[in-house]
Design a protein around this ligand. Structure first.
Ligand code: ATP
Ligand code: MG
Length: 372
């Protein structure tokens, strides 16, 4: 899959842009605050209908203007598809091949994209919530049932917490309603765990390979799921159900005292290790970045396996904290597989083979010019 062209109108600090970009690698170079991230963000918006760093469409419209228009031509399965996003002060319109899509869910999926931005370092450094969100978003991209189960689960947890608080207030420890809820809880939690296990297994394999390439086998990456109860990947469905049901009974009094649900997939985490060391606590900045990057790049393979196409890759500012060796091996690892858009403040340390293949653009105050 390739983005053939990108046209922007009144998007952030970019008044107009008409970019032909059929090549594989595109490098956007410029000092801070010039519009490099804005370009990647616009591709992300065309892919997913929303920005990764802003909730309101309004922020994406150029200051003082009423609307913004984004267009991309995408080559996929020998055909060209036209994607369009129009942003207004209130709301947006998305269309494919000239036909407006009333639901965002019908629009997305045509241009799968993997973005790595500086914020993604939080995958290693941040709270468990960040990692769960990553898992849930990524599995959600390839499994609708997973999304369904998750939303059912979060509704159930709200009701359950409510009931636990009630019981606590009334000093009750027995409730037939809680029994019913717990049965539902088990039925939702187990398939979520099974999906996460399956997904992490695949992701780990690919992330390890990529990590080995970038670090030249200096480091071995491990990803460990950290569940809130004693379960693991090897367990059968029935076993998982039984263990979870028992644990819920054991902790019931405590949950009633606290008025809150203490176990379940919504409490789990995963840990990233390099050469056995927990990167959250002991990783250097560069190590943390490399691990987060490997995890994200593994997503490319996952999307390819589950959806049959390679996504586009958007790398925002990743090169700055990698040493020259990691930089070179990262760029080598992605070469030849996916169309990639990279931002950087300078070209130092980028190997000549990469520079020869890339299209390089200078970005200054929202104006993008190709360097010949
Ligand atoms: P850095 O190297 O620091 O990451 P960058 O080149 O990626 O810089 P961008 O994030 O793309 O910079 O932002 C460029 C500029 O766009 C910012 O200075 C910001 O003020 C401006 N900007 C953001 N939103 C809008 C908007 N809606 N209208 C006009 N300009 C905007
Ligand atoms: Mg930026």
């Amino acid at each position: 899959m390739r983005v053939q062209s990108l046209d922007l109108y009144q998007y952030r600090n970019i008044a107009t842009l008409e970019l032909k970009c059929p090549e594989e690698l595109h490098l956007f170079v410029g000092p801070n605050a010039q519009g490099k991230t804005n370009i990647l963000e616009s591709l992300y918006v065309l892919a997913l209908g929303k920005s990764h760093r802003s909730r309101s469409p309004r922020e994406l419209i150029q200051f003082g203007k009423q609307r913004a228009h984004l267009k991309a031509r995408v080559a996929k399965d020998g055909q060209i598809h036209r994607l369009e996003v129009q942003l207004f002060e209130k709301g947006k319109k998305v269309s494919r091949n000239g036909i407006e899509q009333s639901r965002l869910s019908q629009y997305i999926g045509f241009l799968p994209a993997v973005l790595f931005a500086p914020e993604d370092l939080a995958l290693v450094k941040g709270s468990p919530q960040v990692r769960r969100r990553f898992l849930d978003m990524e599995i959600g991209q390839v499994s609708r049932t997973y999304v369904h189960h998750l939303s059912q689960l979060s509704k159930l947890i709200i009701q359950r917490n409510h009931l636990l608080k009630e019981l606590g207030k009334n000093r009750q420890t027995y409730s037939p309603l809680l029994d019913v809820m717990d049965e539902q809880f088990v039925s939702l939690a187990v398939p979520i765990w099974e999906k996460r296990f399956r997904f992490l297994r695949m992701l780990t394999k690919w992330a390890q390979e990529i990590h080995q390439t970038i670090t030249q086998k200096q480091e071995e990456l491990m990803i460990e799921y950290v569940p809130s109860i004693q379960i693991d990947d090897g367990m059968r469905t029935e076993q998982l159900r039984e263990i979870f049901a028992n644990e819920l009974l054991k902790i019931r009094d405590k949950e009633i005292r606290r008025g809150s649900t203490l176990l379940g997939p919504q409490r789990d985490d995963f840990r990233l290790k390099a050469n056995q060391l927990d990167l959250h606590t002991f990783g250097s900045q560069g190590q943390q970045r490399t691990a987060a990057l490997s995890l994200k790049l593994a997503e490319i393979e996952l999307i390819h396996q589950e959806m049959g196409v390679y996504p586009i890759l958007l790398l925002d500012d990743v090169l700055s904290e990698l040493d020259d060796s990691r930089k070179t091996h990262l760029l080598t690892a992605i070469r030849g597989r996916v169309q990639t858009f990279v931002t950087t403040t300078n070209l130092e340390g980028i190997d000549s083979a990469t520079l020869e293949q890339a299209r390089i653009y200078r970005v200054r105050q929202g104006i993008i010019t190709e360097l010949g």
